[in-house]
Design a protein around this ligand. Structure first.
Ligand code: HEM
Length: 268
């Protein structure tokens, strides 16, 4: 940082600061480097007479990286007030600030601005919008943006999967639970959020859903009641995963099943 300050002083001495290229590069270096200082970057930024979208984007990005989230949104508003047009590099960081703040209302308003800016078809902006909605818990909004995309990149799929499931690659069956008045229930029809719908949904939903769910519970209960489940000698339960078509156990479970009740022995 000391060396940077010396370079800054030299630039001022040589009268090069008024060259917009010099000023904006000083801001970018100071705001985005690991060793930089946002305060110092801000003081340089404020000396630029007519900052443009590049300088604002740099400051917005630096503010988000430093977790100065409210100030990020203030900078964005300042940008609009000064008539500087945000571009596709502005919105991803503004949406990131909204998601970290959990500021859904502001996020929705800013979503409106991207139509005005003609950026509603930009994949980069759409991906950040999906992430923002996902992190703010507005899954339906996230899904609506995803559905309307003309082109989807790998990042778009990651964003929607991340929105639908936190830690999508981890085995967490409790993610499907929803809580109604303190009771934990499974949303089997995907009526609250589409997380899973093993019985289908809508008009063609399985008509035997209640019976089948009861049946499944009895089925598992019987397996636990009537059989003793142990592991093969020397084996351990290994929860590591591998990806095939879906996620499966990397080292399959090798259970030993023995009947608990003597009369079952004959039927195995
Ligand atoms: C764990 C058990 C079960 C699962 C996971 C299951 C799942 C499903 C699914 C995914 C559908 C298609 C829904 C769609 O087209 O959108 C379906 C339809 C259907 N299921 Fe099941 N089902 C189960 C048990 C049963 C049982 C026990 C019965 C009958 C006693 C049953 C009767 C039906 C019928 C008649 C339909 C056709 C409904 C229609 O097309 O209008 N299901 N089921």
């Amino acid at each position: 940082m000391e060396e940077f300050k010396q370079v800054h002083a030299q630039i001022l001495k040589l009268g090069l600061f008024l060259d917009s290229f010099c000023g904006s590069n000083l801001v970018a270096t100071c705001a985005l480097s690991k060793w930089g200082s946002m305060e110092y970057a801000c003081s340089i930024f404020r000396q630029i007479e007519e900052p443009g979208s590049f300088e604002y984007n740099t400051m917005i990005r630096g503010r988000v990286n430093n977790m100065n989230l409210e100030e990020t949104l203030f900078l964005y508003v300042e940008m609009l007030e000064r008539g500087i047009e945000p571009d596709k590099f502005t919105y991803p960081f503004v949406f990131k600030a909204c998601s970290l703040l959990g500021a859904l209302k502001e996020g929705v308003q800013i979503h409106g601005h991207i139509f005005k800016a003609g950026l509603d078809g930009d994949t980069f902006v759409q991906n950040s919008l999906i992430s923002m909605y996902g992190k703010c818990g507005a899954i339906k909004h996230a899904y609506a943006v995803f559905e309307q995309m003309d082109e989807r990149s790998v990042a778009s799929w990651s964003a929607i999967i991340g929105a639908l499931h936190k830690d999508p690659m981890e085995f967490k069956p409790e993610r499907f639970l929803r809580h109604d008045k303190g009771d934990a229930k499974f949303d089997l029809k995907g009526t609250i959020d589409i997380k899973m719908m093993p019985f289908g949904a809508g008009r063609r939903v399985c008509p035997a859903i209640s019976m089948a769910t009861l049946h499944l519970e009895y089925f598992v209960a019987n397996l636990v009641r009537d059989f003793k489940w142990t592991l093969e000698e020397g084996c351990e339960v290994d929860m590591s995963e591998k990806q095939v078509f879906s996620i499966v156990m990397k080292n399959p479970l090798r259970p030993c099943v023995s009947p608990r009740i003597n009369h079952l022995k004959t039927s195995i």
